[in-house]
Design a binder for this molecule. Sequence first.
Ligand SMILES: C[S@@+](CC[C@H](N)C(=O)[O-])C[C@H]1O[C@@H](n2cnc3c(N)ncnc32)[C@H](O)[C@@H]1O
Length: 380
Amino acid sequence: MQFCLGHPTEGYYMKRDVFGQKGDFITSPEISQTFGELIAVWFMHEWKSKGISCPVRIIELGPGRGTLLSDMLRTMLSIEGMADCLATIHMVENSRVMREMQKGVLQASAAAQNVQLEWHHDLEEIDPDRNVYTMLVAHEFFDAMPIHMLEKSEDGIREIMVDLIRPDQPKEGEAADAELTPHPGAFSFRFAKSPPNTPLAVLLSQSSARYAALPNGSRMEVSPQVSAVAQAVGKLIGEPNKGAALIVDYGDDHVFDSSLRAFRNHKHVDLFEIPGECDLTANVDFAAIREAVEGKAHVHGPLTQRDFLMCMGLTQRLDALLKTTQTNEEKLTLARAAQRLVNSTGMGGEYKFMAVTTGEEVPYPFVARERVENKEGEMQ
Ligand SMILES: C[S@@+](CC[C@H](N)C(=O)[O-])C[C@H]1O[C@@H](n2cnc3c(N)ncnc32)[C@H](O)[C@@H]1O
């Protein structure tokens, strides 16, 4: 998964713009400007409620076309005090093509406000700095992190691996030729199970106490990379540093068994179809993010995208936009786009928001975890 998405020359994100009608998928900021605007309002409210500390930096993990940052920046700079405090925007981005697009979208407005733009390959490259207030956003970043697939069986834990099928694969009883012909078109792939209890499979299966409770026959998608990045987020936001983070992605508050999938031209395609030409993605286990952050910073949620955006004032923002829009056709397009973000059976329910904060006070519109657990208990 890592190579297919991130190989320096052949990786999916390295070659072209993959977003929008001509690409393979569309993300919330590309659908409606209200998405980035309301996220910006959340950060501004959080920052102001903690007493406005200066200087401020924004970090985005995987900024894509830069649309989310651009909408956030426009909104934030319209808030009193922010223009004087915002010093730097850090972008964690490993694709050169995407970096160029981000520069094109952000350079002029950043330069006009004397805001510095910086790119990094890894979040660990950004210094924790107790003198700077950090606002970190990750939208559709964690779902691109590689996963391991594990299966629990009677005889132990097996990893589901990707196996190469050679066109000249020897039939049973024939001698195997160790040399592979360098002819990529001639190979295909399939899943194969590792022997039970390889050291890596055992280690991964012990990385959360939640996995021990799963019955034999269960599969689970485990991502050490998701945990490593989440730990780095916790370190940047937790004391003695200060700030807030929003992690937004599709997924839920539990481990998934088989959510890994591939997209090409807006269609769901076979996982092994043209590696490097398809988007590979897996649902995010938000409970794993919580486990990685806890002890370093405070974690809130997840909330559904619908709940977050509606509580942050999507209806009111849409009304304001509609008032300044001329034609009925434009009004309809705006309203449909906003509706798409919060549709309960689509993006509004599938995408979740999780917040990370320095202090334990629960930020609006998140709800204290004990209250969620009590409510779930009452409903059972
Ligand atoms: C699905 S896009 C999300 C884009 C954007 N956040 C949005 O909402 O439109 C994923 C982004 O993360 C970047 N990316 C994926 N894996 C990465 C990695 N391991 N390190 C840094 N950037 C990565 C991609 O190049 C792309 O910009």
